[in-house]
Design a protein around this ligand. Sequence first.
Ligand SMILES: [Zn+2]
Ligand SMILES: [Zn+2]
Length: 280
Amino acid sequence: MLESLTTMRIGAHYSVAGSLEGAVRLAHKAGANTMQIFTASPRMWRASRHGADDIKRLKAARAECDVTPLVSHANYLINLTSADETIRAKSILAFREELFRCLLMGVDYLVVHPGNYKDQPLEAAIGAAALALSEAAQGVPESPLMVLLENTAGQGASLGSRVEEVAAIRSLVDGQLPYRVGYCLDTCHAHAAGLDFVEAASKLGFENVPVIHTNDSKNPRGSRVDRHDNIGKGHLGEAAFRAILTHPELRNKAFILETPFDNDGDDARDIAELKRLAGA
Ligand SMILES: [Zn+2]
Ligand SMILES: [Zn+2]
């Protein structure tokens, strides 16, 4: 049991507002051995890149603290399915920049939401997302980076609240891009969308889901509202997380918290909680 615990990857989302290296050290101090970051501001179109020295120190700190995999979450403004030509063009450009930043920084997984399909039939939106991914990948070198389509809570017209939707996007682009495509499954989003988490992961193929966003849900099952809660405090509860963390097909995944960290130590507490439930 001890051995399997040490090989588990449990971490959280950290801000890189200070420095990339500083974020790794904060994560390590809180007990994390994997982490998620934004490689640029998540709510601005214009992105600045981190300097070469900052990236070098990031890599050294990761090696020293054994923080792996490194996950990046794409900018929230990106909407690859948009029917609006301006938004679509900006989204493709921004996603392309995300890819290049990830390659420079040695990011292992880039998580992106499939988008919002207001004013379009579902099938057109799925096709638009696949086309946008292809366009954004033009000229991007081949790499071990994996892009992960994240399931959504189904709020408004968000694409990806059903496993069939993310699977359909992947099937249109898989094998045709300079990177592999898989899924990031979010426990809160799955709950809000009325899905059974393990069943959803199984349908997508456990091997295609390397990262799990591990969030409790402030709202009940099927609410379609995306509000994260701290582990054990929401509608998923301890039993659901224990079942996920101890599932033999899921134990080798990277578990990333995106729960509210309002006070110092909240991250360490949720990380410790996941470790406790994983070992129980
Ligand atoms: Zn998430
Ligand atoms: Zn969410």
